[in-house]
Design a protein around this ligand. Sequence first.
Ligand code: CDP
Ligand code: MG
Length: 137
Amino acid sequence: MSDPQKTLVLIKPDAVRRGLIGEILRRYEAKGLCIEALELRTVEGDFADRHYAEHVGKGWYPELRSFITSGPLVALVLSGERAVEAVRAVNGATDGVAATPGSIRGDLCASKQHNVVHASDSPESATREVALWFPGV
Ligand code: CDP
Ligand code: MG
C-alpha cells in the first residue's frame, strides 16, 4: 500500500489568540487524520512571501502578510486517505461568512481574511508547503 497523503495546515494567529488550538485539532483528529508534525511558530514577512507565493502582488496581500506574521501560529502536517481534500472539506470555504456551518471556518469565524486555518489546496501544493515548513518530514 502506498503511504498516506500528507498536507500542510496552519492554525492562524487569530485562532491562536482566541484560544482555539484545541478545538481545531480536535476536529482533525475526529476526522481520522494523523498528526505527523506540529510546531508553534512566528514567521517573518519573507517566509510568508514564500508560503503565499501565488498571492504576492494581489491587492489584499500586504494585509494578509501582516496578519500571518502578527503572532504565533501552529504549523502542522496531517496525513490520511486523500488528506488534502479531507482537510479542505473540514476547513470549509475561504470566506467564514459563507462557509458551511459544521466546518471549522463556518463555525469559528466570520471573516474572509481572519479565517482561522490554512490548508494546502492540491497534492502539488502540499508537497511544496510541507517541504517549506518541515524539511525532512
Ligand atoms: O486559504 P484558502 O486557500 O481557502 O484561500 P486563498 O484564496 O488561497 O487565500 C489565501 C488566504 O488569503 C485566505 O485564507 C485569507 O486569509 C486571505 N484572503 C484575503 O485576505 N482576502 C481575499 N480576498 C482572499 C483571501
Ligand atoms: Mg489557498
